[in-house]
Design a protein around this ligand. Structure first.
Ligand SMILES: [Zn+2]
Length: 321
């Protein structure tokens, strides 16, 4: 997958294709390699946290390979990790759960999905919101955990460059903004990410007039703050929704795989930009979530993405709600 992915990028770059052609080609390639699954229904009753409610809405599914996700792991160890969860050691369609937080008059979307031209099985968030009677125009704030395509690109319509959430302000982690808007960002990421980095820079700059940059600990909205969870990307931040002693952590991609991130959190993960930092972040986050019995919402975790972290032997497990 990775080789093919890189080859596709180089070939398209060499031909000077525009971004839409490149992405469409990549999406077609991915689709032919890994037929994806259906979007999962996430019809749970919203969680209530003080005056806020938290629920998730699916953007569809994504495809990747275990070889890409686990570049350093031995096949036998991978199989053992999956077997311990009663699952076959194979890549399955990856869920994508954006979060919707309502508090007061605010209707806050956390991550915007990937839009229509990333992978054909994704880009379904608008329909999922419609099913909840939440038109795109009702979103008052879009908060990003990080600037990868599957979280950011859905903010802009690929075909007419319009904003999909026209009445929203946008909140971006300050360190994430600083990294992805650099003129040389594509020189700072691995080959598979270079095209995506150019796309993410373009979209952040497109939104710039309505972007608010926030550091960890600074308020995003009533009861919502960023928590620094770097490593997956330099400025990756989770969103803590808090009321008294109740906490929900919307963790973006800090814990991104239902089996590996919990059972083998110290393994290098292929899509993490700084793999050592991502491991330290994962271990600290798992310890905290298990100790505090806080609710976790993971963008790529199964079902609705909502659950808890429990200790299991010398590691952890994700327990869906
Ligand atoms: Zn992601």
């Amino acid at each position: 997958m990775r080789d093919a992915h890189e080859t596709a990028w180089r070939r398209s770059s060499a031909l000077g294709c525009d971004r839409r052609t490149l992405v469409a080609g990549m999406a077609a390639m991915l689709a032919s390699a890994w037929p994806g699954g259906r979007a999962q229904a996430t019809a749970l009753t919203p969680l209530r946290i003080g005056a806020a409610t938290v629920e998730t809405a699916s953007d569809g599914t994504l495809s990747s390979s275990l070889a890409f996700m686990l570049p350093d792991a031995k096949q036998a160890e991978v199989e053992a990790a999956f077997r311990a969860e009663g699952q076959p050691a194979e890549a399955s369609p990856i869920p994508t759960n954006a979060s919707l937080v309502r508090v007061g008059r605010e209707v806050i979307l956390i991550d915007a999905g990937s839009g229509s031209s990333f992978q054909p099985t994704a880009g379904k968030l608008g329909e999922a919101l419609e099913r909840r009677d939440v038109p795109r125009e009702a979103i008052t704030t879009v908060v990003f955990t990080h600037a990868h395509p599957d979280h950011l690109w859905g903010a802009i319509d690929d075909f007419d460059d319009s904003e999909r959430f026209p009445n929203a302000r946008y909140v971006v982690p300050a360190a994430e903004w600083d990294f992805w808007t650099r003129d040389d960002v594509e020189t700072l990421v691995p080959d598979w990410l270079k095209g995506f980095a150019v796309g993410s820079r373009r979209i952040l700059r497109r939104l710039e007039a309505k972007v608010e940059r926030r550091k960890p600990g600074e308020a995003i909205a009533p009861g919502l703050t960023y928590v620094a969870t770097p490593g997956h990307t330099p400025g990756h931040a989770s969103v803590l929704v808090e009321a008294g002693r109740e906490q929900v952590l919307i963790g973006g991609d800090a814990l991104s795989h239902a089996v590996i991130s919990f059972r083998r959190p110290a393994w290098a993960f292929g899509s993490d930009l700084d793999r050592d930092l991502a491991i330290r972040t994962r271990l600290a986050l798992l310890d905290r979530l298990a100790n505090e019995r806080a609710t976790l919402v993971g963008f790529h975790l199964p079902g609705s993405g909502i659950g808890r972290v429990e200790r299991s032997g010398d590691a952890y497990r994700f327990v869906p709600a």
